[in-house]
Design a protein around this ligand. Structure first.
Ligand SMILES: Nc1ncnc2c1ncn2[C@@H]1O[C@H](COP(=O)(O)OP(=O)(O)OC[C@H]2O[C@@H]([n+]3cccc(C(=O)O)c3)[C@H](O)[C@@H]2O)[C@@H](O)[C@H]1O
Ligand SMILES: Nc1ncnc2c1ncn2[C@@H]1O[C@H](COP(=O)(O)OP(=O)(O)OP(=O)(O)O)[C@@H](O)[C@H]1O
Ligand SMILES: NC(=O)CC[C@H](N)C(=O)O
Length: 587
């Protein structure tokens, strides 16, 4: 049986940085070669980053991707790495974009993968299944490919596939079986969602069984606006055994030797192959770079971590990459002494280090003594910068000049805080973090242009009840490691309050969060209607109240800052609803 040393390069590309991404491929191909790899693979749309959205419509961008691909092949050969076949995702086009007036049927932009060898592009593959649900809009951008590319490398037939191809039965993996391949490569831009890693392994196993071949699955890592890619690259044998698995949320080179069946005689590509596809075969090389003598390469198997640990890492990486890729030196956020700002600050410190996080206490006449003390305690525990900017003089200046009362005055305080944070951003260059959790976003419990101001929201997709769980987990994790728990116990234990009027508590306006969150999870994440929610045991009156709040807060969500997606259905692309909308489920 031939043995192939595979190198799965789980790296963090940046959208639009074609030259930087090509350099990343060169650096990691060098690492792969140093590890004796005989075939290296990089994620989906590696050269352009993923997802590129409407950049696909720019012909200049497509041209840059294509030119970079050939340049990369040349550079790898010039680097002395030409003998190592490298599979890399890139943006291609064989016709004008589908949205343009001169579009041609069956042609257009392609989500593509190319195999580079000895300074040339020796084979290419166009993604067959285009995801068009959730956050994905690939039917808007790409034309589907109908050819399975099979390359013969070192006597083994290897099929090339891209991400969504893995998620559907009866497509390229079924064709791969008909073509008799020994290995299927699958390159991914698969964003993180809680529990997605639990779905991926059985999915890869099913496709390995369908193809009757080993599957090498490489995914990117890193944050891109609201998405965070978690890696979780793996190799699964034809009989479903997990051979190697990379850690989540970090760049990683997974190098593993796989035993593969020798290529059979070429199968004729005529006849009905699955899903209307045909097969095109290319012989790349009989000879491969020799593996260094000695130990076989074993990639190891990383065990999945607890949900809280996984979500925390996702939030940390999502924020870090947003801040760094958008070149902010630091972040600033208001510290109320409450749990949302405390958790957001702890995420920021883990993402950026304490020197790049500034916390501001913005007390008003309604702020309790503990709000200041708890904010200061948080700052001490984490080592972040801390200052106090009292807002009352500015609030009073408004009240002396305008006749305002009730909720307007509550909102005024939140807005003065927003103005101060934006002023600090303008003056000192920080990115402002806003800290509204998913429960608040769902019911509109925030002040527009007030506490909702900010460029990024690290907890946007985190239900309030999960915020508490994360806080407890993060503190316990610190204790396990002998470190100071970052979040003051007081911030975890106190009843939530906006402190915008005397003695105000969230529970004056909202049901308790352990009642509210399950209703929201059913309505928002599960798309349950009123009847479904009541049938699952919720009080009809509370359901009506909650649904009314959710439905009428769409306008706030549409103006909200981006934030890291961690759930199956995050506000934004996953859940698109009209603002002007008279459809109501509730009484
Ligand atoms: N369909 C629509 N399209 C576009 N704009 C629309 C709109 N409907 C209202 N609006 C605008 O929105 C305004 C109302 O929104 P807004 O000004 O935000 O005010 P509003 O939602 O009325 O009040 C904010 C609520 O959030 C609470 N809060 C504030 C701050 C922090 C926290 C917390 O604990 O985290 C809670 C506060 O106690 C209060 O109950 C209207 O005056 C109108 O200008
Ligand atoms: N006194 C304050 N000083 C500094 N920032 C504040 C203050 N009050 C509110 N904020 C900012 O506004 C956000 C909204 O907080 P608010 O206290 O109104 O409700 P919350 O959603 O329960 O948040 P938290 O749990 O952080 O208190 C806070 O997370 C914080 O960033
Ligand atoms: N880029 C893709 O094709 C991603 C779609 C796929 N279902 C995933 O989330 O992994």
């Amino acid at each position: 049986m031939p043995t192939l040393r595979l190198a799965l390069c789980q790296v963090d590309p940046t959208v639009g940085d074609i030259a930087g991404n090509a350099d990343l491929v060169r650096r990691w191909t060098r690492k792969a070669a140093d590890a004796g790899a005989q075939l290296a693979l990089f994620p989906e749309l590696m050269l352009t980053g993923y997802p590129v959205e409407d950049l696909v419509f720019r012909r200049s961008f497509v041209a840059a991707s294509k030119a970079a691909l050939q340049r990369l092949a040349d550079d790898l050969a010039a680097d002395g790495l030409g003998e190592l076949p490298v599979l890399v995702g890139y943006l291609d086009a064989d016709g004008p974009p589908q949205v343009s007036a001169d579009a041609e049927p069956g042609k257009g932009a392609r989500n593509a993968a190319a195999l580079l060898h000895r300074g040339s592009v020796v084979a290419a593959y166009f993604k067959h299944h285009l995801p068009n649900y959730g956050v994905f809009d690939e039917d808007r951008y790409f034309v589907s490919g109908n050819t399975l590319t099979v390359v013969r490398i070192g006597g083994v037939d290897v099929a090339l596939t891209i991400c969504e191809d893995l998620w559907q039965a009866g497509g390229p993996f079924a064709v791969a079986r008909q073509a008799g391949v020994g290995l299927v490569l699958n390159i991914n831009g698969s964003p993180y969602e809680l529990n997605k890693d639990d779905i991926r392994l059985p999915l890869v196993r099913r496709r390995a069984a369908e193809a009757g071949a080993t599957v090498a699955y490489v995914n990117m890592v890193g944050g891109q606006d609201e998405l965070v890619f978690d890696g979780d690259s793996m190799i699964v044998s034809a009989d479903g055994a997990l051979l190697a698995r990379a850690p989540q949320f970090v760049e990683h080179l997974l190098v593993h030797d796989v035993e593969l069946p020798p290529a059979k005689e070429p199968v004729e590509s005529t006849g009905e192959l699955a899903d209307g596809m045909r097969v095109v075969r290319t012989k790349v090389s009989d000879t491969l770079p020799p593996v260094p003598t000695g130990e076989a390469a074993v990639g190891g198997i990383i065990e999945p971590v607890a949900d809280e640990a996984e979500v925390w890492q996702a939030l940390v990486l999502g924020l870090r990459d947003y801040v760094n890729k958008n070149r902010f030196p630091s972040v600033v956020l208001g510290l109320s002494g409450g749990i949302d700002s405390a958790v957001s600050a702890a995420i920021a410190v883990d993402a950026l280090g304490p020197d790049r996080v500034a916390g501001v206490s913005l007390p008003s006449q309604h702020s309790s003594e503990h709000s200041r003390a708890d904010a200061e305690d948080l700052a001490k525990r984490t080592g972040m910068d801390y200052r106090i900017e009292p807002i009352q003089p500015m609030v009073d200046a408004f009240l002396a000049n305008m006749s305002l009362s009730g909720v307007t005055v509550e909102n005024l305080q939140a807005r003065v805080r927003g103005v101060i944070l934006m002023a600090l951003s303008n003056q000192e260059g920080h990115l402002v973090l806003t800290t509204g959790n998913k429960s608040e976003l769902a019911v509109g419990y925030s002040t527009l242009y007030g506490d909702s101001v900010g460029g990024y929201n690290p907890v946007k997709d985190v239900w309030k009840t999960l915020i508490w769980r994360l806080a407890k987990w993060r503190n316990a994790d610190a204790e396990r490691r002998g470190e100071t728990p970052p979040i003051p116990e007081n911030s975890i234990g106190k009843p939530p309050s906006a402190e915008l009027s005397p003695g105000q508590l969230d529970s004056d306006t909202l049901p308790d969060y352990d009642v509210l969150d399950p209703i929201l999870i059913g309505y928002v994440d599960g798309d349950l209607g009123r009847d479904g929610l009541i049938a699952s045991g919720h009080d009809p009156e509370v359901v009506d109240k909650v649904l009314r709040m959710v439905d009428t807060a769409e306008y706030k969500r549409r103006q909200s800052a981006p934030g890291t997606k961690i759930s199956h259905k995050a506000f934004g692309r996953d859940r698109r609803l009209p603002i002007t909308n008279r459809w109501r489920e509730h009484g």
